[in-house]
Design a protein around this ligand. Sequence first.
Ligand code: B12
Ligand code: SF4
Length: 542
Amino acid sequence: MKLLLTSVFGPFGVDDEYGRADNKMELFHNQVTREQGIFSYRFHHPSFGLYFLAENLTIPTTVLDFPDLETFTQEIKKGYDYIGISFIIPNFLKAKKMTELIRELSPQTKIILGGHGTNIPKIETLLSFDHLCRGEGVAFLRKLFHEDVDAPIKHPLINGTYNKQIMGVTVPNETGIIISGVGCANKCRFCATSHFFGNYTPYLKSGKDVYDLCCRYEDEQGVRDFGIMDENFLKDTERAKELVALMEKNQRYFSFAIFSSAETLGKFENLDFLVRLGINFIWMGVESKREVYEKNQGTDFPQLVKDLRSRGISVMTSVILFQEHHDHETIWEDINFACELNSDYVQFMQLGPIPGTKLYEDYLKEGKLLLDIPFEEQHGQDKIWFKHPSFSLEDSKHFLIKAFQKEYELNGASFVRMIETSRQGYQHSLGHYNPHIRQRAKEFKKILDLTRPFYPAVLLFSPYKSTKKLIRHLIKMQSPAPIKTKGLTVAVTALALKEQIRIKLFSDKRHPPQIRTQFNFEKKNKVITPKKSQPYRELRVN
Ligand code: B12
Ligand code: SF4
């Protein structure tokens, strides 16, 4: 029995018959720092879910991440019993092409579809497959392959990011990924993940489970900084408390980037708890200044953001444009609110009725959906795909760009805001009465030292006063840069100039590497299609 699990094929973020240039395979450059030129964060994430699934099966499984069509075609010919494709809705056409290739080149292979794309209504009439997994995948595959559905969850060690660059300078990838659970009980009307997974399914049930995993990462890979893939990690307060207790008892301090709703943060009487927990980044759905979502009721967001940043916790706020109460005036209420929050990062996302959600159901009933808009254009960073009483599709594109530009112009480059947050965190923790918080000062200092050589280049290349003002403030608040940073400063400036030229004259595109990983195989496979433009990596896990 042989299984292939694959993501959809690249290239990504280009206009071709399968996808759109505005749909980049990059988190920040796609939907956060997209208008910030060379200050935009550039990196790729592996397809976490595929590695997670493979690790929890006992049959020989190959994971193919970001293949191109040629690589995928070669792989099909190896004669798999099952090929599982993971896809989201905007990548429907890619998944369809892949199913066609499998049927043509390996008719005996069974096709399994999984991921959020499976929520497309009447999918069985749109492409050919044998099994469909709508929702949680580990139990589904274990059942399909007659494995023990109740066996304990094994967590793979997965790189958080690849290809990390800022201002053209390569930054080390030093993060690991923790998938502590999927789904969220809040079920906000528009939210795809909470509707897709139903209530919360925990993979790591206790603080000890999370702590042990962090120790494994550190022991095996030297990784101490983690991104937690969990819609609302702190909702389980007991798990978080146990994790803090273990870190402090054993004096093994890890740090985390998390998603959290505001009501969850409100459960901790003192935000210093988050510093003790090592939280250095929170992604929080503000959605709108008007309290339209239960999870945000009663939250003083400007104060909360300020309080978090003053403790060294970078905040990403997320605001939805083209909501029902938005017209050409009220939309500015929310864009301006996002600016006032002055968080480190802002994600503006277009309201998107996604199949499976309550919002989709409502809009379908009300006849608001523009059902002829192709799936590859339903990604939230170009035009809306429903009728809005106040905005045309063209309007939606322009307002979105204006929102990103305004926030950037007013508050400065997110990169520099993050440095300022770290400076505040350093100050907060350095003289704190709690020794565990004092312990955290080292982490902030590391960021301050690493980013110091960037200051002159930021001053040189920033088009806005806001960014320059922030840099001058940072210089004023810190002791003079050590002489040894001079050489690095020259190197950073040269690389930033090169990147500026690349973006302006050529293209800002960057592609994720193709990666092939084998789980539960006895013999090592050799690399199949090395590419110059897309480095091809081969790993083996057992
Ligand atoms: C990481 C991530 C990304 C990464 C992509 C990494 C990658 N290599 O693919 C980045 C940042 C680049 C990204 C980009 C985009 N993303 Co994204 N992303 C996520 C995020 C935050 C986490 C995904 C994840 O790893 N989850 C953890 C794993 C364990 O869950 P999972 O992948 O869903 O897998 C589970 C099941 O689905 C199932 N499963 C999955 N695949 C398969 C396959 C088989 C065979 C089987 C049996 C089961 C199975 O089993 C797994 C375990 O239970 C989710 C939100 C979320 N919290 O899930 C959004 C999400 C998947 N993204 C989404 C979208 C829309 C996008 C973008 C269009 C940007 C945007 N506008 O939001 C772009 C598209 C980029 C492109 N060109 O394709 C949507 C998808 C909506 C939909 N219904 O299709 C989500 C749900 C967020 C949202 N808006 O609600 N994304
Ligand atoms: S709180 Fe966040 S993750 Fe949970 S349902 Fe609402 S939007 Fe989704």
